[in-house]
Design a binder for this molecule. Structure first.
Ligand SMILES: *Cc1c(COP(=O)(O)O)cnc(C)c1O
Length: 240
């Protein structure tokens, strides 16, 4: 793997501390408790040595979006206590079994069929899988995720899956160079979560909002994010 684009090891620790400070400040600006927001360090394309450094700097949640790439990293870092892996990418049904075995939280459940598959695999494994429902909040044709109004329609069906622990929503807003442009989308996700919560479904919980990345995590926190997914701002720009 090409590691040429990755920042040096002590720089990663510094960047983690910087991001954590910015999370804290954004929380305070919004009148929220800083501990209500968790940092998920996104480690796609990042080699294990750099991930280890982020973990040593206090990161405990790691996000990967490609299973094939994640598996060897997870295996190499199994001995590190307190680390949990989050699956944040598009998930094919035939890979669900492995993902259920390896990941604490799946952020990217984007269809009823996928929810059913995860439920079935979790049942076979004798577990409950913690998940978030991904919402295509900007209604982009190129993106996966539930359309916002569709999610209200299928919520009951998903709620009936006993081995799925739905904890909230996730979104990736339309790409923009302006963090402020994401604000309306973050707000819309929070409002959708409130609408879902008001359905008072039996199992489904809506206490997590996974939103905000390197360019807009502070805006996301101001709008209610409980998990921010930050890659480049910690590990440096990715190639490709
Ligand atoms: C890559 C990725 C991120 C992190 O993006 P950065 O801009 O590097 O912070 C967050 N969420 C998902 C789903 C990703 O694929």
């Amino acid at each position: 793997m090409d590691t040429g684009d990755h920042v040096e090891v002590d720089q990663i620790a510094r960047r983690v501390r910087d991001i954590q400070a910015r999370i804290q400040q954004a929380a305070q600006r919004a009148g929220r408790k800083p501990e209500a927001i968790r940092l998920v360090a996104v480690t796609k394309t990042v080699p294990v040595e750099c991930i280890r450094d982020a973990v040593n700097a206090g990161v405990s949640m790691l996000g990967e979006n490609r299973l094939q790439e994640a598996v060897p990293k997870i295996q190499q870092l199994t001995a590190v206590p307190g680390v949990q892996w989050h699956f944040i990418g598009r998930l094919q049904r035939r890979k669900v079994k492995t993902v259920v075995a390896l990941f604490e939280l799946i952020h990217s459940v984007e269809s009823v069929e996928l929810a059913e598959e995860i439920d079935q695999r979790a049942r076979e494994a004798g577990t409950q899988q913690r998940v978030l429902l991904e919402v295509n909040i900007g209604r982009e044709a190129s993106k996966g995720g539930f359309a916002p109004d569709m999610l209200l329609d299928v919520a009951q069906t998903i709620d009936a899956l006993p081995n799925l622990a739905v904890e909230g929503l996730m979104t990736i807003p339309p790409v923009s160079s302006e963090a402020e442009a994401s604000r309306m989308h973050f707000r819309a996700l929070r409002e959708l979560a409130q609408s879902l919560a008001s359905l008072k479904l039996q199992r489904m919980r809506m206490h997590e909002l996974s939103m905000g990345m390197s360019g807009d995590f502070e805006t996301a926190i101001e709008e209610g994010a409980t998990m921010v997914r930050v890659g480049a701002a910690i590990f440096g720009a990715r190639r490709g």
